[in-house]
Design a binder for this molecule. Structure first.
Ligand code: GDP
Ligand code: ZN
Length: 316
């Protein structure tokens, strides 16, 4: 990663021949770029250039063959979502996002662990998160009640929660309205219905059920892809992840990602309180008084333990 910094756009030399475009999808050193007239250009990415990703506004130069070009760099980014691929390498997911839509579905399980991790990432990146619970059609009234209670905790913290079903189309207009004039990414495990949601909202062709249809152990090559929606919005589909690692952040960043803890920090007895077992810890007190949700606190401890583990692994 370090070497690549040398190729950052500061060193980019523009001579007036370059054109601008929107990167719609990238696979290895190839990418599809939408030019300013809305035409798709097949571009290649130079091996040692600054990495580019879906959602990037790029500079590109046309090549001899019509409809082809080479990407020479990207414009400054409003935001950039990454996730660690391993302890040493961050994988870019999407650029220039206004919001991150965390998609989950009740069956087989509602993964609050995944939600909490993406919320931490969103808080660090200062990109608005939205929690979307899809496949609501599969729930009976009792389960619906349970889900709304569990997600109600997030709503109380001020997060937006949308309940949807691509089968009954419930919640889709609410989502569509939220997405207007924005560029957003759908994140979450595979099989929760991300492609189906895009297919329900866009006029472009979308391949549904691709990831889940593949057998166990098969490598999925699905790419991150940007789709245009009516009302000037862009929606980016990202390949499903089993787990969203947060090894690259430190404890303070993690704490900042649990926004409901924040108001208690100042009341802790010790200024350097770690909010674990110190006497006079206001976070612990809030936990006892049920002002902080027990499951959220457990989730915080779990992610915290993960930060430590990976660091040990790194220094081996
Ligand atoms: P992705 O891997 O997150 O992109 O998920 P897909 O969109 O490929 O959907 C996975 C499976 O869930 C497919 O068989 C879809 O038909 C199904 N599915 C998607 N949305 C819903 C929904 O709202 N309700 C139900 N019951 N099934 C859905
Ligand atoms: Zn404390």
């Amino acid at each position: 990663m370090k070497n690549k910094k040398q190729f950052h756009h500061k060193s980019l030399k523009l001579d007036g021949q370059e054109r601008k475009g929107l990167l719609v999808t990238a696979f290895g050193l190839h990418a599809e770029v939408e030019d300013e007239q809305g035409n798709l250009v097949r571009c290649h990415i130079r091996k040692n250039s600054d990495p580019v990703i879906t959602g990037d506004q790029v500079y590109w130069l046309p090549e001899k063959e019509a409809g082809t070009g080479v990407i020479i760099g990207h414009l400054p980014r409003k935001s950039l979502l990454c996730r660690p691929e391993n302890a040493h390498k961050l994988k870019l997911i999407a650029a220039n996002l206004d919001a991150i839509i965390i998609v989950t579905a009740p069956p087989p399980v509602l993964s609050e662990d995944m939600i909490d991790r993406y919320l931490v990432a969103s808080e660090i990146l200062k990109i608005q998160p939205v929690i979307l619970l899809n496949k609501m059609d599969l729930l009976d009234p009792e389960h619906t009640k349970e889900m709304t209670e569990r997600l109600g905790i997030y709503q109380k913290m001020g997060y937006r929660v949308i309940y949807s079903s691509t089968y009954t189309r419930d919640g889709l207009s609410e989502l569509d309205e939220f997405l207007r004039e924005k560029t957003c990414v759908l994140v979450g495990a595979s099989g929760v219905g991300k492609s189906s949601i895009i297919a329900a909202l866009t006029l472009e062709p979308v391949r549904v059920g691709e990831v889940s249809a593949k057998g166990l152990g098969k490598h999925t090559t699905t790419n991150t892809h940007l789709y245009h929606l009516p009302h000037n919005s862009n929606l980016i589909d990202s390949p499903g992840v089993r787990e969203f690692g947060l090894w690259h952040i430190d404890k303070n960043e993690l704490l900042a990602g649990f926004i409901e803890f924040k108001s208690f920090f100042n009341e802790c007895k010790f200024r350097n309180c770690q909010h674990e077992m110190e006497p006079g810890c206001a976070v612990q007190e809030a936990l006892r008084n049920k002002k902080i949700d027990e499951r959220r606190y457990a989730s915080y401890l779990k992610i915290l333990a993960g930060l430590g583990q990976k660091k040990k692994g790194k220094s081996k």
